[in-house]
Design a protein around this ligand. Structure first.
Ligand code: ATP
Length: 134
């Protein structure tokens, strides 16, 4: 079967560069799925799960924290703010980030940037979901 070239890059590193028969990403307006031969597209990404692998069969999962995807010529390029494979996620760190964000949201202090705390909470919950295979 034809494949897609998938590259996931963050400001820190290339997270993966691999071949896949199918890729799904968390688009800002909903999940986007790509198979070989997909029309060219550029779309924004939200915090969520990227999956890739064989068209039928078990997929690899990755936590993505927003960014962009570009598809062209059977290449899927993801430029993400941050991205981690399930196996790379530090669960204790994500738990600590979750509790920190929840505490800030609970305190409702005037000097708290709510949107920032909500985004930190969403990143932490997403990492925990991916690390736990959910
Ligand atoms: P924290 O408050 O724990 O730093 P964060 O959501 O603010 O979490 P980001 O700014 O999204 O962190 O990411 C900074 C870098 O740390 C990125 O390279 C990201 O991949 C990595 N990273 C963040 N949290 C984890 C985690 N739980 N496990 C592995 N890598 C992580």
């Amino acid at each position: 079967m034809a494949t897609l070239r998938l590259e996931v890059v963050t400001p820190a590193r290339t997270v993966i560069a691999t071949e896949a028969e199918s890729v799904t990403v968390p688009g800002v307006e909903g999940r986007l799925g790509f198979l070989p031969g997909h029309a060219p597209i550029v779309a924004g990404l939200t915090i969520g799960v990227l999956e890739y692998g064989p068209a039928h069969g078990s997929k690899q999962r990755m936590a993505v924290s927003g960014g962009f995807v570009e598809v062209a010529d059977n290449k899927v390029s993801v430029l993400a703010d941050a991205a981690e494979l399930a196996s790379e996620i530090d669960v204790a760190r994500a738990m600590a980030a979750k509790e920190r964000a929840e505490r800030r949201l609970r305190e409702r202090a005037a000097n708290i940037d709510r949107a920032r705390a909500e985004a930190a909470l969403a990143r932490a919950l997403n990492r925990l979901r991916v690390a736990n295979g959910r």
